[in-house]
Design a protein around this ligand. Structure first.
Ligand code: SF4
Ligand code: SF4
Length: 186
């Protein structure tokens, strides 16, 4: 008989609130408020490259699907443009949430869905820590060595060099030591 509890299969997913609680504590964002209107997903300019849509990430966090969320490509593909944040009727800062999920992903030790993006983040931050600001030439060198992707975009690099957009040495800035101290505090 339809709707007879005895004939209804057990659900495939039992919601586990521990991950939801951890994500809300880390981000300060109320993921539990999400009611799946999809306004975030419909406005996202890079959803075409994602394996989970932003609204699916929200639902999966509510369901406690920690590993699936933390190993997704989506949290690394997100460009932090904040379109979703401004569209959410529940005032959830989804861009900030994605940032928190990236931090949780790194802390968890789960293999990232987009390892090259992680390497890019690491090269970028290392450059700022060392030089007080971004030193593009050094950052690209570190990124290329880390990914062994040595020859892509050579033409673009050459054009930038010709136009003086890439410097071989880092520029001097004030406050370099203070920037380093900020990194060392974390
Ligand atoms: S912040 Fe990220 S998830 Fe939100 S719209 Fe921009 S790219 Fe998409
Ligand atoms: S816009 Fe906000 S409420 Fe709507 S699906 Fe996205 S996160 Fe949920």
């Amino acid at each position: 008989m339809l709707n007879d509890p005895a004939t209804i299969d057990a659900p495939a997913i039992w919601p586990d609130s521990a991950f939801l609680t951890a994500v809300e504590a880390r981000s300060g964002e109320k993921v539990s408020r999400c009611y799946q209107c999809r306004k975030c997903t419909n406005g996202c300019p890079v959803s075409f490259a994602m394996d989970l849509m932003p609204n699916q990430v929200m639902r999966m966090v509510q369901f406690g699907l920690e590993e699936e969320v933390l190993r997704s490509k989506t949290i690394w593909i997100c460009a932090s443009c904040q379109t979703c944040t401004t569209r959410c009727p529940n005032d959830i800062d989804i861009a900030h949430l994605m940032d928190s999920l990236r931090q949780l992903s790194r802390a968890s030790g789960i293999a990232a869905g987009e390892e090259k993006v992680v390497k890019f983040h690491e090269a970028f931050l290392d450059s700022v820590r060392r030089h007080g600001r971004l030193f593009e030439f050094g950052m690209v060198g570190r990124y290329k060595m880390a990914t062994l992707d040595l020859f892509s975009n050579i033409k673009i690099a050459w054009e930038m060099l010709k136009r003086g957009k890439l410097k071989f040495l880092p520029g001097k800035i004030k406050g370099k030591r203070e920037v380093r101290q900020m990194f060392d505090k974390k």
